[in-house]
Design a protein around this ligand. Structure first.
Ligand code: NDP
Length: 242
């Protein structure tokens, strides 16, 4: 019996911020799909993963060029890229310091530019590739205390949709995933009372798990499962819609 495959076997995929949280779940699932996976990390690598771990800060364009060179030398041409690294620096707008605006935009939005710049032109030349950017429900509908974060995540959606239009003629697809509230270190900081309030607003009545985002990413990377999907924003949020 020949079972269906997703076409990701042996494909080289780079995930930024793959050492923990959603990124680590994406790395794990891709390894289970038989992909050749590389990921970047800033603090510590994930010692449980056998994927190629490369230290790099997405805010450093030169470092991201080196990452791509290293991945291509060790694993081969990059087929898929997941721009996942991201941070929050939440505050009400009157208290939002310019540094917190800059750092979030620099990491979450310019970090995507820095990640994709050394990869996408090569994908165009090779006439294949799949780009997935991790946006957020905040980027779709805004969120109290997240003017900077929501702006960066809305920017990620505009960037992705434009790349989808540009890349189509080269056979390169680009999509975004907009997670709702997911159980990671990023949401651990939310006070319990606020978490309860948010959970009550989510029709599925719970936060999502990192693996549930990973499945959406794998679908969008797959040259078989999502071959006609480009320029879309896949909401994975328990029906917590905008
Ligand atoms: P975590 O805080 O658990 O992990 C963040 C990851 O991003 C870490 O791997 C971190 O690396 C990496 N990272 C942060 N800044 C940089 C940088 N400058 N350079 C390189 N890597 C960096 O977050 P999540 O797993 O929850 O979030 C992953 C993505 O999903 C983010 O883009 C986030 O905005 C998005 N998202 C998360 C939601 C949630 O509810 N959790 C909801 C919607 C979207 P290191 O460990 O080295 O710091």
């Amino acid at each position: 019996m020949n079972y269906l495959r997703l076409g990701l076997e042996d494909k080289v995929v780079l995930v930024t911020g793959g050492n923990r949280g959603i990124g680590a779940a994406i790395v794990n699932l891709l390894e289970e799909m038989g992909s050749q996976v590389a990921y970047t990390y800033r603090s510590d690598p994930n010692i449980e993963s056998s994927a190629l771990a490369i230290p790099a800060d997405v805010t450093d364009p030169a470092a991201m060029v080196e990452v791509v060179d290293k991945v291509e030398q060790k694993l081969g041409p990059i087929y898929g890229v997941v721009a996942n690294a991201g941070i929050t620096r939440d505050n009400f707008f009157p208290k939002l310091a310019i540094d917190d605006w800059d750092t979030v935009i620099e990491t979450n939005l310019k970090g995507i530019y820095n990640t994709l710049k050394p990869i996408v032109p090569k994908m165009y030349e090779r006439r294949e590739g799949s780009v997935v950017c991790i946006s957020s429900i905040s980027g779709e509908r805004g969120n109290i205390g997240q003017v900077n974060y929501a702006a960066s995540k809305a920017g990620a959606i505009g960037l992705t949709k434009s790349l989808a239009l540009e890349g189509a003629r080269y056979g390169v697809r680009a999509n975004a995933v907009a997670p709702g509230f997911i159980e990671t270190e990023m949401t651990q900081a939310i006070p319990d009372k606020v978490k309860e309030k948010i959970t009550a607003e989510i029709p599925l009545r719970r936060f999502g798990k990192p693996e549930e985002i990973a499945w959406a990413v794998v679908f969008l990377l797959s040259p078989i499962a999502s071959s006609y999907v480009s320029g879309t924003v896949l909401k994975v949020n328990g029906a917590h819609h905008t």
